[in-house]
Design a protein around this ligand. Structure first.
Ligand code: HAM
Length: 419
């Protein structure tokens, strides 16, 4: 036998029984994007490695360990300026914002994107090499009102897909004014606990001491004693953070401050947040996360412009929905069209008329006995069978109850199955 070829490690085929949940989650994301006045943007699935290296930071996991590099054709330009599949969308969206001079548009800009991201990480539960995000970005708004609005939007998304108990964790990691002193404080503290850091953290300590804080293997007592971001904020950052917390309270958005939340990408300033199913923070990765990136536009060559956004992982959202038993598994009622003998022209005509009326229809293409056709309609999950008889009369059988109405018109069928 010929050897079979499998899907690449860390990727998944979404089989038909899984796609109703995806349809639902994407529909909620699109509808919320509309209701919150975001405009759709799409950017390429691959970009220059340099964009990610500059934007997300050389020492971020996404760049240092997980770049999914793209090889061009032999002898192509990519040897000189390599590409990578996008590990996240924010850098690409900001690049597009600068490249197309979007700063001249009436701002702030509210942009959203749904699509696949790629990280060459070690695959495990809830961590894939290809995964999808719903991403929203607001460019040109310094907040803090928009910060609260986005956290409220994230919470609303989880509620509308049917997930219970999702909590938002928030922190402020300061800005160019106050971050340097906080970094020094962290370096001094962790250097004093050098022996208890993981090898990764020790290596990172001087490059990016904030990341040491969210090392999952950091001993709890060392983590608890670490200097806290909120104690090192300059006046402007503190006022921003306090205003955000007051707005979240006023909106009734469930949230908690997490002093260890620093996010894994280097572009963040001030507000940082993540969403978790409450009580599952330790065992489970975040369902989504985001924050403010007031320096990113300038870092990528644009004029200084504040920004904030989030990315919600759709794969993890659906896994959580499955765990909570709220992932939809069914499609709208399906009508099978059956008939005796070789009356395929009539079956197709009836099917076409019903489809015109908006009904999902699957005609039986066989010439088997009616009983057999009914059996396979049930097995295929059809909710109704339209059975062609003599002349124009149709019968409509409810495959769940077995009840049948005879001698009805196409309009009556369409009305009955759409109820
Ligand atoms: P992130 O925290 O790296 O942020 O990713 C956002 C979400 O994507 C995560 O919370 C998680 O649900 C999902 N995710 C990330 N990696 C994987 C993976 N390997 N497998 C499955 N799901 C994954 C960002 O990407 C930022 N761009 C968010 C943002 C937008 N910040 C500002 N604007």
């Amino acid at each position: 036998m010929t050897r079979q070829i499998s899907a690449p490690r860390g990727t998944r085929d979404l089989l038909p029984e899984e796609t109703p949940a995806w349809d639902r989650v994407e529909a909620v994301a699109r509808d919320l994007s509309r209701r919150y006045a975001f405009e759709r943007i799409d950017t390429p699935l691959f970009e220059r490695v340099e964009l990610f290296a500059r934007g997300l930071g050389e020492s971020s996991d996404a760049v240092e360990k997980e770049m999914f590099r793209v090889a061009g054709a032999k002898g192509s330009e990519e040897d000189a300026a390599p590409w990578a599949l996008r590990p996240e969308p924010t850098a690409g969206i900001v690049r597009a914002y600068i490249e197309h001079g979007m700063h001249v548009r009436p701002g702030p800009l509210r942009l959203s994107l749904i699509g696949p991201m790629f990280r060459y990480d070690r695959p495990q539960a809830g961590r894939f090499r290809q995964f999808s995000q719903w991403d929203v970005e607001v460019i040109g708004d310094a907040g803090p009102a928009v910060d609260a609005e986005l956290i409220e939007l994230g919470q609303r998304f989880f509620a509308e897909v049917g997930l219970a108990d999702v909590a938002a964790y928030v922190n402020s990691i300061g800005d160019a004014t106050c971050r340097p002193a906080y970094r020094e404080a962290l370096i001094a503290y962790f250097a004093a606990h050098d022996g208890r850091l993981t090898e990764d953290s020790r290596r990172r300590l001087h490059v990016n001491p904030l990341r040491v804080l969210d090392d999952k293997e950091l001993a709890p007592d060392v983590a608890d004693g670490a200097p806290r971001g909120v104690d090192h904020l300059c006046d402007a950052c503190r006022e921003h953070f306090e205003a955000l917390l007051a707005l979240l309270d006023a909106l009734g958005v469930r949230h908690e401050i997490d002093h260890r939340l620093v996010r894994g990408l280097d572009y963040y300033t001030r507000t940082a947040f993540e969403f978790y199913v409450a009580g599952r923070e330790g065992q489970q990765q975040a369902l989504g996360g985001g924050g403010r990136y007031d320096g990113l536009v300038e870092l990528l060559g644009g004029r200084p412009t504040p920004g904030i956004g989030f990315g919600i992982g759709l794969d993890r959202t659906i896994l959580a929905m499955e765990e909570q038993g709220v992932a939809p598994r069914t499609r709208p009622p399906l009508v099978a069209v059956l008939g005796p003998g070789d009356d395929h022209d009539r079956r197709l005509r009836v099917a076409a008329s019903l489809r015109e009326a908006g009904v999902a229809v699957r005609p039986d293409g066989s010439s088997r006995k009616l009983g057999k056709q009914l059996e396979s309609a049930s097995k295929a999950g059809a909710r109704w069978a339209v059975i062609l008889g003599d002349g124009d009369a149709l019968a409509l059988k409810d495959l769940a109850s077995g009840n049948q109405r005879d001698a009805i018109s196409i309009e009556e069928v369409a009305a009955a199955v759409s109820e």
